[in-house]
Ligand binder design. Structure first.
Ligand code: PL4
Length: 442
């Protein structure tokens, strides 16, 4: 039955570009001018289009996707069973539930506060369950509105910027793709993937992702302390995207500090962060919920606007207005991931598979003499191709090896000359891709 449903599913590309005849009737509604500012397509659908086009040209090619960061490992049984059980109970009068609280079920909010943020002072009332980090980014940008200034890492996950453009925070983009009104904080191997904050202008909001997508770099405790101090001095709000927190290794972070030798998994490990930071996170990449859809945002009670009003109160208003709560079935799965040692071990094993894939990819590029970063604390490997344009390298790798990557420049001008290679695929496919890359790049 499930395969029948999937067979009938409309391919997203079929509905994006319907053939509109120029003489067809049209409305007199003006297009949102901010939509016109957006550059070409959003990065990831663009990659899907290239994938489709390659398959059309090479129908027999065995294409391996190390492109869009979509999980491939099955959801552990203990978690899938919890969702199945919850879903079946919905078919009974006793087990049926309708709308839940917009902020999420309290048992899940509590388990996140206790298990993900032990000793960080996060209360369940500060955790807002969502349908994923992508949607929280959009809701946060709606919360901030058009009148704030923002800073992003360069390169950066494109969701922060594109949502900022849509709500009207920016002017037009220049030729390099930088939008007027956004501060781009260069994060490159040369500065240990951390911006020189003495040269970063003050902005209202700072989007910061660690472990980083796309560079794979996990910020050290010292770097995050610097970031929190910077936000406190400037009266700014950090939006800390911790979607890949479960990939942080237990190793010493090597920053030379005696106070905390592990790379933080949360911004709230840094003293003083509660007054200046929101954290978003997701079940997508540690539990394989990219299709199930579940995430959360933490908005601490101490975080306040210039007028003294709590940010959490407005965020709650946004959540109640534009969202009716995450799927209750998904929330049952989220609880199964985190509430028991069995669930937590199961998701750790899944993360371990992708981390080993990342190690294989790092070793492959390193053995070919390439400059390669990331992979140790992240599912992403960031490879430099000096003097080359990212889209050219992407096209060449695809043409020669049938392996999909993501061109670094898709993440902003600072990604030019790099490609991102994702560890999200089966071990067999990653090994096959590694063999093809070795042959092509040798
Ligand atoms: C593909 C730093 C992937 N269609 O699944 P979510 O909504 O909880 O996670 C979204 C998200 C948020 N923050 C960071 C991320 O990396 C992601 C997911 N990124 C990628 O390949 O970079 C999937 C992207 C998605 C898109 O269009 O963005």
């Amino acid at each position: 039955m499930i395969s029948k449903i999937l067979e009938k599913a409309v391919h997203p590309l079929d509905v994006i570009a319907p053939h509109v005849k120029s003489e067809a009737a049209r409305t007199i509604v003006l297009r949102n001018p901010n939509m016109e500012k957006l550059q070409k397509g959003y990065l990831f659908p663009e990659i899907s289009r290239k994938h489709e086009a390659h398959l059309k040209k090479n129908p027999d090619a065995k294409v391996i996707s190390l492109g869009i960061g979509d999980t491939t490992e099955p959801i552990p049984r203990v978690i899938a069973s919890a969702m199945a059980e919850y879903a079946l109970a919905l078919s009974t009068p006793e087990g049926y539930q309708g709308y839940g609280p917009e902020q999420g079920q309290m048992n899940l909010r509590k388990v996140i506060a206790d298990k993900v943020y032990p000793n960080m002072g996060i209360k369940e009332s500060e955790v807002f369950i969502s349908d994923g980090a992508q949607c929280d980014i959009a809701r946060l940008q709606m919360l901030f509105g058009p009148n704030v200034t923002i800073a992003v890492q360069d390169p950066t996950f494109p969701g922060y910027v594109d949502n900022g453009v849509i709500v009207g925070q920016t002017g037009e983009a220049d030729e390099a793709g930088r939008y007027a009104g956004i501060s781009y904080m260069r994060c490159a191997p040369e500065n240990h993937f951390f911006p020189d904050l003495s040269r970063v202008p003050r902005t209202d909001v700072i989007f910061f992702c660690s472990p980083n997508n796309p560079t794979g770099h996990a910020a050290s405790a010292a770097q995050l302390r610097e970031l929190v101090d910077f936000a406190r001095r400037n009266g700014s709000i950090i939006v800390f995207d911790a979607a890949y927190a479960w990939y942080v290794s237990d190793d010493d972070d090597g920053d030379g500090s005696n106070t905390n030798s592990k790379k933080p998994r949360s911004i709230y490990e840094v003293p003083g962060a509660r007054e200046v930071a929101i954290e978003i996170c997701s079940f997508s990449k540690f539990a394989g919920f990219t299709g199930v859809r579940l995430g959360w945002a933490v908005v601490p009670g101490e975080l306040r606007y210039a007028d003294g009003s709590p940010v959490a109160r407005d965020f709650d208003r946004i959540v109640c207005t534009c969202f009716n709560g995450a799927s209750s079935v998904a929330q049952a799965g989220g609880l199964a991931c985190l509430a028991t040692e069995e669930g937590r071990d199961a998701v750790r094993r899944v993360v371990g598979v992708y981390k080993e894939n990342a190690r294989v990819l790092v070793d492959t590029f390193a053995s070919l003499g390439k400059e390669v970063y990331g992979g140790a604390d992240s599912p992403y490997v960031w490879v430099r191709f000096p003097g080359r344009r990212s889209w050219d390298v992407f096209a060449e790798i695809l043409d020669k090896t049938h392996v999909i990557t993501v061109p670094g420049s898709g993440f902003g001008p600072g990604g030019e000359g790099f490609v991102r290679v994702s560890a999200f695929n089966s071990r067999d496919r990653v090994l096959e891709a590694a063999a093809r890359l070795r042959k092509y790049l040798a």
